[in-house]
Design a protein around this ligand. Sequence first.
Ligand SMILES: Cc1ncc(COP(=O)(O)O)c(C=O)c1O
Length: 456
Amino acid sequence: MTIRLPPREQRTGPIYLAIADAIGREIDAGRMKPGSRLPTQRALARQLGVTLTTITRAYNEAERRGLLSGEVGRGTFVRPAAIDIEGPEHGVLDLAVNSLLPLPYTEELADRLAAAIPRSAGLRVFSYQPQAGARHNRAAGSAWIGWSGLDAPLDRVVVTAGGQHAILLSLMALTSPGDEVLVEELAYPGISDLASHLHIRLRTVALDDQGIRPDALDEACRVGRPAALCCVPSFQNPTAAVMSEARRQEIAAVAVRHQLTVIEDDVYGSLAPEVKPLSSFLPETQCFYITSMSKSIAPGIRVGYLLAPSSMIERLSVTVLRTVVNAPPVMAELATSLITDGVAGRIVEWKRKELAARQDIAGRVLRDLPLQTHPMSPHMWVTLPEPWQADALVARARHRGILLTGAESFAVGHETDLRAIRIALGPPATRAALEDGLAELVRIVQRAPDAYELVV
Ligand SMILES: Cc1ncc(COP(=O)(O)O)c(C=O)c1O
């Protein structure tokens, strides 16, 4: 097993980080297999001509990144892939699924899962629950929402089976078939799926680099009678726009003027605690606020929280019953323990740092492409140079082992410009893998499409 370092003149930063990066590259390239043993620290120090302490720090760093595990007396080993139980498609780099797994916390999360249900609580947890959730789980949701700066009394909180479920509940509570709902002109595809199943018509509202435009919303409210607006004010998916506080106030003022109910999908909100939720500028009766564990902690924890007007809680409880009977109580216990013991807060802080580092890398590698993003965003929106179209680039990148999401996946209206892609920065297991993948993407973009790749 050989660990190759880039030549000295291409390295920046401490050598132990370069060694940890190199280990990451070897693993990503499949040259170091899960379970294989690394050289002893002394042997590697000799091989690379560095001190033993440097190797110790490099191995510690690689362990912290979830790449290696050390066993006293046995040595250091490549960890089994923590990303995907079935393993990623061989050699494929995923920049499509918008998820940053908390790799350094996977063992702690597994321990918490085991500890979340004390034997004495088994009977309660394994039974059916009140539809809005058990009281202490609603209280944890109330605390979690409260950290965003929004007042969330627990009797207005409903525990849901994730963010998507919370959107479904909100739409079912607020609309009837044939109603119209306003959405961003490029929108998270989950909303379009729900709308078509519920026979709701979607009408788009124009976006700028801060999300929904107040003038466009005002205009949209004058035409027809929309039942609600559904929007993502923090890290809009896909454009990564974050509304400033002033923008939130303007949007709230338009909504109040037209008595428009707002479904605020804030699943990324914990990553931007600097800005208060849009709902904090709206009266209680006009806001449905949604958060979930997926983006803050991990998408396998299928728990979300919906803050709704008191008058709607009864109706929402019935809707929970009709859709999933109960949000999964075992998962709700885990989420509660993560929130109340401060683990959730620690993971969010780690994510913010990791995403900031990944944004730096992406900003550097993609510097020649027009990017719309935010220093802490989990995704970025990239406009492609002529004559590229998103579907052609997505196909070519896939052929070269990189998964991306093209603009058409987010298009709600027909008039969307399809020359853009969304890049999710979270899925690569290491920063080095992300950097390599983005560098390859730049090479792919730089070679103009062949004529047959373009739709004519
Ligand atoms: C804007 C937005 N809302 C909701 C969801 C769904 O979140 P959850 O996994 O909590 O259902 C996603 C997932 O990607 C999303 O991007």
